[in-house]
Design a protein. Structure first.
Length: 403
């Protein structure tokens, strides 16, 4: 299969080159729609998706490379700082520019020393280069909702686990390659990770049940799911699943665009429905494996440390704790050539973080909680009913036969 795929990649390269010119901030949805203009085989379609996933990890990385020479003097560090500011399009007239430089300098040295230690993953000087770890946590991983209360029985939902009797699973699963995952999105400076985790899981199960990949609205959850969740102040995926069920569904991203701030809830036509949700048995990576083999899963993790902040590539192995402060989606699993097992985790910090917006978490560790608590608080939507007859914008819907 890999040999055939390699040959097919060569013949598919020119199509990728042509499609790349139509990319708009790497929105894969648009590119796959463009793909419907071409006549391709099933093999080419599969190879195309593989190539896209591989390409995104390369073309979407915007970390600034640096060498030991850049750290030799204050002047060289300032030059690196200016290059970093220019690269990310930041203002050079920041009121706290001097303070930011000191933070930047500390982060650069931390990244450099960390990478010299030979870990299973590498750090890079990304867009968070001038943020302290405290600022980073409060902005991107500091949900003010207590994730642990869900483990005390306060969240409602089914007590069953539909995958309990699963006896075997594939050696690896990647829902991106199956077409069930939209391009990585960006929550911005709004603590709405919970809504992105929820929507990723709903988009996934909807694709599995309907063969249509639909980009759904996180902003609708931020604005309208207010009984338990708190918009840009945080939330929990279980409550969001319940809102979608009780609301009769959720609309598309095109119909209710993301603004990265709290807004007033406005009416919208539901496009995708779910019939409830279930919890993955806590502290059980095998149970999580069974679930992920069947659909993308929402999980909570601790994501506030500097290694996570500056993660670039490789299999993340910590250090981290289990103070759950961030919602993400597990969209697959696999193993490296040397046998290291990992989870494929979809983040919501944009495609210019990590491996094209993703991070690989070490899997099957000694702690029952899983790395960074990934096995503590998993949940997934259930879908058995058909979606409503659409009466609105279908621009975010991609029929399978058009891929």
């Amino acid at each position: 299969m890999l040999v055939i795929a390699h040959k097919q990649l060569t013949s598919t390269y020119f199509r990728l080159s042509l499609l790349k010119r139509t990319f708009h901030r790497h929105k894969l949805t648009q590119h796959l729609l463009t793909l419907s203009q071409y006549s391709i085989t099933t093999m080419e379609r599969t190879v195309f998706l593989i190539a896209i996933v591989l390409a995104l990890s390369i073309i979407q990385s915007t970390a600034i490379p640096f060498t030991e020479k850049d750290l030799e003097s204050e002047e060289s560090l300032k030059a690196l700082y200016e290059r970093w500011i220019s690269h990310h399009g930041l203002s050079r007239d920041l009121d706290d520019k001097a303070k930011r430089f000191n933070v930047f300098k500390d982060n650069v040295k931390y990244i450099h020393e960390f990478n010299k230690q030979g870990h299973s993953y590498e750090l890079a000087l990304n867009k968070f280069g001038a943020m302290t770890k405290e600022e980073f946590r409060s902005t991107y991983a500091g949900s003010k909702i207590d994730h642990h209360r869900i483990r005390r029985g306060e969240a409602r939902g089914s007590d069953s686990f539909m995958y309990e009797k699963v006896k075997s699973v594939p050696a690896s699963v990647d829902w991106r390659l199956k077409g069930a995952v939209n391009p990585v999105k960006n929550q911005g400076q709004c603590e709405s990770c919970w809504s992105f985790s929820t929507i990723a899981a709903v988009e996934g199960i909807n694709y599995i049940k309907t063969n249509k990949l639909v980009s759904l609205s996180e902003q609708q959850l931020v604005d309208c799911d207010r009984e338990q969740d708190e918009g840009c102040n945080g939330g929990l995926m279980d409550y969001a699943f319940e809102y979608i069920k009780n609301n009769g569904g959720v609309t598309t991203e095109a119909a209710y665009p993301y603004t990265a701030q709290d807004g007033t809830c406005h009416s919208s036509n539901p496009v995708v429905t779910i019939d409830g949700h279930e919890k993955v048995p806590a502290d059980d990576e095998k149970a999580l494996l069974k679930a992920v083999a069947n659909q993308p899963i929402s999980v909570s993790i601790e994501a506030s440390g500097r290694p996570f902040q500056f993660y670039s590539k490789g299999v993340f192995s910590g250090p981290c704790g289990t103070d759950l402060d961030h919602g993400v989606a597990v969209v697959g699993y696999g193993a490296t050539a040397d046998g290291t097992k990992y989870w494929i985790v979809r983040n919501s910090w944009g495609s210019n973080w990590g491996e094209g917006g993703y991070i690989r978490f070490k899997r099957d560790i000694t702690a029952k909680t899983g790395l960074c608590g990934i096995a503590m608080d998993g949940s997934y939507p259930i879908k058995t009913s058909p979606n409503p007859v659409s009466t609105g914008d279908e621009s975010d819907i991609i029929p399978l036969d058009e891929l």
